[in-house]
Design a protein around this ligand. Sequence first.
Ligand code: PMP
Ligand code: GLN
Length: 382
Amino acid sequence: LLGPSGQLSPTIFAEMSALASATGAINLGQGFPDEDGPADVLEAARRAIAEGANQYPPGRGIPDLRAAIAEHQQRFYGLTVDPEREICVTAGATEALAAAILAYCGPGDEIVVFEPYYDAYAALAGLSGAQLVPVPLRFPDFQPDEADIRAAVTDRTRLILVNTPHNPTGTVFGPETLAVILEAAERADALVVTDEVYEHLTFGSAHVPLSTLPGAAERVITISSAGKTFSTTGWKIGWVTASAGLLDPIVTVKQFLTYVNGAPFQPAIAAGLRLPDTFFEGAADALGEKRDILSAGLRAAGFAVSNPAGSYFVIADAAPLGVTDAADLCRRLPELVGVVGIPVSAFVSADHAGDYRSLIRFAFCKKRDVLTQASARLAQLG
Ligand code: PMP
Ligand code: GLN
């Protein structure tokens, strides 16, 4: 009776956040910051409400936000994007991903993803009827093997879904890897969808959008979101940029998912995207220091720890603590020491869960004293 939705289950984030509230544990599970973002952006939303931006905005987003997205692509990446024809504002990156996948994929198509992957990818592929084909990323550096990419992309591939900086591993794909992906897409005449929601949250290595590579314009669809950059994950303002020919079918689908969203948040995010470089640099530096605090805490507690170059997340291997089933440990961790993390097995296909079974994802987008306290609690595990 359920059709494709029968394959879906409650998200791991809802389950683990509920566990955190029920036990009062420190929630390093779901990735959301525990502090507000820039005051000017918050004030701009309040002002927009006061000034009456409370009805349906235009389908592709208000002109000022589309202009700000184009300016941002030019300022940070030297990309020229036409705000009229090549940008659509969406209800977070999630809606952009849904609209792109539903616009282009159907039964019989394959979507190549890098595994572990953000949980929505499998759900959306399932709703479209397409199959996921995973390319493995392995602890601790989580960089893909070029041969694996070439082997996964075939004539059946409809699109390659690239997420850099990557959730859950925090790995960042460099230009050589991106070139291999684009070449493989060209060979198979596949599209590439990039999920760049952590674009401004890198520590040392710069984020390279795949759309900056030569030849990308014909086949690359770029998705980002304001939630992570401005610590406004609840506002759900995202966007998709692509050539007009690639974007139009996505806009057509998007009309029937949410139609439009977030009228007063759109001008506020336009203001955010126009903040000076120092804001973006400062946010990444502050987050990098938080990564260091939690990584040191996890190491002191006896975990082996990845070295994420971006995102909100660090991966800890519990094997040195004698743990073989991290999903079981994550269920007991709130009671044991009062901390919540997410087992990496939640981000992989059932067939491959065994390869990741001792790994846990912890979010470090939290106040420093919260991270210090979580570290002290985790130290009791040893
Ligand atoms: N992609 C990735 C990789 C994410 O981590 C997230 C969640 N935070 C999203 C997409 C969804 O973004 P949004 O909240 O803007 O829909
Ligand atoms: N992206 C966030 C994470 O990976 C949470 C998103 C969600 O709850 N769906 O933790």
